[in-house]
Design a protein around this ligand. Structure first.
Ligand SMILES: NC(=O)c1ccc[n+]([C@@H]2O[C@H](COP(=O)([O-])OP(=O)(O)OC[C@H]3O[C@@H](n4cnc5c(N)ncnc54)[C@H](OP(=O)(O)O)[C@@H]3O)[C@@H](O)[C@H]2O)c1
Length: 405
């Protein structure tokens, strides 16, 4: 018998219970063990839940789980950041294995948690934290043995991808689609982390730190989200026979790296153009293996629970990679080298702004007070500075990298 302490009984937590129940026999045949959820930590014992459990399974007291010697695997799916850091580090210190789906905690405390796990000779696994149901971290960790990984990129946030797909396909405006995404449960009530790109940034931080074997911190990544995109931008992009995606991308460049999350305009023929709705895709390049691409459900109850339980099975069977998977490479931040052509739309333009924009434009188009430019090849950080200097309020512009224009 293997006993699990489950922290959180929301979307993912209930998916975990559901799969464990349905696949009980198969899991026992594979591992030789019954898996039992021995305790479940929640915030509110009186909350009405879709899932029916023995009442004494639920607790709001983490110490009950931590001090239970029979529980040797903790599955953390609360979504809380600082509390979950405490839950996870306390568990690792007590030599309990931990699996989490919580990208916020993995991203913020990646190095600390992995070294704590290694020091205590237990597993800390987090497959579901990047790409939801897509198994990508395990193949990436395996590829690291034989390859130098030079690039990782992906569509890593289902909410943004859902919004952009419906705007492109149906010509609907941003607010409408966002509201619809919230009703369907794709977007949070407070969607900031998704639409401003923070969620994509966290996943890129995890991927790049593993892939490049050197620390790429959250603050090392340039960030530009999709919250100011309008139907005007969408029409312009469609006229370019293109679509737009929020892409996170990190590359090894000379003796350092570049890392950026930005809306990216891609031709309809590009691989990522066909990753639509709430789907995600991650690609990485290794010097032997070439480019590998992974595609699938980036979120959702069962896909995410499936990824969490794959980690649990690896722990039970002892098939996870032992030791700390992070490397010690020291890489320079070379984000100042990111260059490209950009689409930039500014609303309520005055003559001074138009004059300045024209200096870096290959194409300029003005419709009423809206001015749009396609820039010549420019430095991304320089473009950001120029926008700041012009004092264009955040809600008055949208810009996106243009690939292969
Ligand atoms: N949903 C997805 O598709 C998905 C995909 C990939 C990764 N993830 C990650 O998986 C984690 C869980 O997501 P979710 O969608 O399942 O969240 P959720 O539906 O909001 O559920 C969260 C659960 O955690 C409990 N909880 C929250 N804070 C707590 C605290 N401080 N102490 C004890 N219990 C606490 C809540 O208790 P109550 O029920 O009593 O309120 C609830 O049962 C998050 O980190 C998320 O980023 C989710």
């Amino acid at each position: 018998m293997k006993n699990i302490g489950l922290l959180g009984l929301g979307t993912v937590g209930s998916g975990i219970i559901e799969i464990l129940e349905i696949r009980k026999e198969e899991i026992k045949n594979l591992t030789g063990h019954d898996i039992r959820i021995k305790k479940v930590l929640v915030r509110d014992l009186n909350k009405k839940r879709d899932i029916i459990l023995e009442p004494d399974l639920l607790t709001t007291n983490y110490d009950e789980i931590l001090s239970d010697e029979e529980i040797d695997i903790i599955v953390e799916v609360t979504g809380d950041l600082e509390m979950s850091y405490k839950y996870i580090s306390d568990a690792l210190t007590r030599r309990k294995h931990v699996v989490t789906a919580n990208k916020a905690v993995v991203s913020k405390y990646f190095e600390k948690l992995l070294s704590l796990a290694a020091d205590n000779n237990v597993a800390f696994l987090y497959e579901a934290s990047v790409g939801g149901g897509i198994p990508v971290l395990k193949p990436l960790k395996e590829a690291l043995f034989l390859n130098e990984i030079t690039e990782v990129q992906g569509i890593l946030n289902g909410t943004c991808n859902y919004i952009l797909t419906r705007m492109i396909d149906e010509g609907r405006n941003y607010e409408d689609v966002l509201r619809n995404a919230q009703e369907l449960g794709y977007a949070e009530v407070d969607p900031t982390a998704d639409i401003e790109g923070h969620d994509t940034l966290r996943k890129l931080r995890i991927l790049a730190t593993l892939a490049f074997q050197g620390q790429i911190r959250e603050e090392d990544i340039l960030l530009n989200g999709i919250s100011t995109i309008t139907s005007y931008d969408i029409d312009y992009i469609k006229n370019m026979n293109s679509t737009v995606k929020l892409i996170g991308e990190a590359k090894i460049v000379e003796d350092g790296f570049t890392a950026v999350v930005q809306p990216t305009i891609i031709k309809n023929s590009n691989y990522f153009a066909n990753v639509n709705m709430a789907y995600n895709s991650v690609a990485f390049k290794g010097n032997n293996v070439g480019e590998l691409k992974f595609y699938g459900a980036g979120a959702g109850k069962l896909p995410t629970a499936n990824a969490v339980l794959s980690d649990v099975l690896d722990i039970i069977m002892g098939t996870y990679r032992k030791g700390n998977p992070l490397g010690q490479r020291v890489l320079k931040n070379l984000n100042s080298k990111i260059r490209g052509k950009y689409y930039l739309r500014v609303s309520d333009c005055n003559a001074e702004i138009i004059r300045t924009l024209k200096r870096i434009a290959e194409i300029t188009m003005s419709v009423g007070s809206i001015t749009t430019i396609i820039t010549e090849e420019v430095q991304l950080t320089g473009l950001g500075r120029l926008i700041d200097d012009l004092n264009i309020g955040n809600d008055r512009y949208f810009f996106a990298r243009i690939l292969n224009y």
